[in-house]
Write a protein that binds this ligand. Structure first.
Ligand code: C2O
Ligand code: CU
Length: 415
């Protein structure tokens, strides 16, 4: 398994790439990527050890890279205007941070991201386990979709108003990229699923395996749970540990039936493995919430078939579109806050908070899953509890990137 020594500086060069995205025999796709490939290289780092990543901008426009889900220092968060200046063409910026949590993360452009991410600026970021689970393979499964023309070129339309006001830029072609393409029957495998699509929600089914979900958004579940109804909103991740029982297929479930995203070939049989129960990964190490000192409500508004609002873009939070001078919330470092996300629109939204993980409050009112992105369906609401213990200016936005550019963005300040 490739690893990097702690003192190494990793390098990512953002640049134009040409990639075989459509099945072999079809045209290649001109897009953006890192180090000559799309998705960019899988970065593997260690918890608690300094990481330095030189990002060189080989594009003809500015860029910035966000390390999605990593609870890092604010000035390394990769958000133009809020935490850094753009990396101008041919400039390099070094991002330095110490990842505090093991798990599955990813990196992506955070500048005109509805376009740069749609064109391919994404890659996996894995914080390795100090005590790895007992598995034979650790395989990343990164999913995305694109609006392809017949010849394999990307359609040039990334922000038409119709899609921004509806579900957002949706590809007519989707697939998953695997970091490895073969296993044996009987192998125990960890799959790290990442939804890197700009707007598409992936309901996923994995065939040819039996196993459990062991982590969501990088954070281990105290009790691994069945894989039924595994749904990933844009930017969400799920880690599975499974035993291979036959040829493995990853499918997106659609109304028209399953849509194959990737196949993992199976050859040979692993006769050495003694199947024990699938155990939980090491528990997350996050601050324990206290009684909330504030309870805020963030109401999603606008879009097609949505109600009116006072913002000056298509979408709004609490009647305000886009980033304003005043934060939506101001917190003291360490404060526990309850936020109710109300979806008063006709579309689902995947709401992402930078720099923190939060607990989803479950139906019984108890602390549920730890997440950095929560999916709130049309007409529904979700309460979350967050300990704001990371000083700085942090975005909250819809990770349907068409909705974010359409106005669904705000920020909080932790002092
Ligand atoms: Cu993954 Cu603000 O984004
Ligand atoms: Cu949205």
């Amino acid at each position: 398994m490739p690893t990097f020594a702690a003192e190494d500086t990793l390098r990512l060069k953002a640049e134009a790439v040409t990639q075989q995205i459509l099945p072999d025999g079809n045209g290649v796709t001109s897009m953006l990527g890192f180090n000559g490939s799309m998705p960019g290289p899988e970065l593997r780092v260690r918890r608690g050890e300094p990481v330095n990543i030189d990002v060189e901008n080989g594009l003809e426009e500015g860029t910035a890279v966000h390390w999605h889900g990593i609870r890092l220092e604010n000035q390394m968060d990769g958000v133009p205007m809020l935490t850094q200046e753009l990396i101008e063409p041919s400039d390099t910026k070094t991002y330095s941070f110490i990842p505090p949590d093991e798990g599955t993360y990813w990196y992506h452009s955070h500048y005109i991201s509805y376009e740069q991410v749609a064109r391919g600026m994404m890659g996996p970021l894995i914080v390795e386990d100090e005590t790895p689970p007992d598995i034979d393979h650790d395989i990343t499964v990164l999913m995305a979709d694109w609006q392809m023309q017949e010849d394999g070129s990307l359609s040039k339309e990334f922000t038409d108003m119709h899609s921004v006001a509806h579900g957002g830029y949706m590809g007519n072609f989707a697939r998953a990229f695997l970091s490895q393409d073969q296993v044996k029957t009987g192998d125990r495998v960890r799959f790290r699923l990442i939804n890197a699509a700009t707007n598409r929600i992936f309901p996923v089914a994995v065939s040819g395996v039996s196993g459990l979900v062991v982590a969501l958004d990088g954070m281990s579940l105290s009790e691994p749970r069945p894989m039924a109804e595994l749904t990933l909103a844009p930017a969400q991740r799920a880690d599975l540990i499974v035993d291979v029982t036959g040829p493995v297929g990853f499918d997106m479930l659609t109304r028209q039936g399953p849509y194959r995203l990737a196949d993992l070939a199976v050859s040979g049989t692993n006769t050495d493995r003694v199947d024990g129960p699938i155990m939980a990964l090491s528990p997350p190490n996050l601050p324990t919430p206290t009684d909330p000192t504030q309870h805020l409500t963030l109401t999603m508004m606008g879009g097609a078939m949505g109600g009116r609002h006072d913002g000056d873009n298509i979408w709004a939070f609490n009647n305000v579109s886009d980033l304003q001078g005043d934060p939506f919330g101001s917190f003291q470092n360490g404060e526990t806050v309850r936020i109710t996300f109300v979806n008063d629109t006709s579309f689902p939204h995947g709401i992402h908070l930078h720099g923190h993980h939060f607990y989803e409050v479950d139906e019984s009112g108890a602390l549920g899953d730890l997440r950095d992105t929560t999916l709130v369906n049309a007409g529904e609401s979700r309460d979350v509890i967050c300990v704001f213990d990371n000083p700085g200016r942090w975005l909250i936005h819809c990770h349907m990137l068409s909705h974010a550019v359409g106005g669904m963005r705000t920020w909080v300040n932790v002092a």
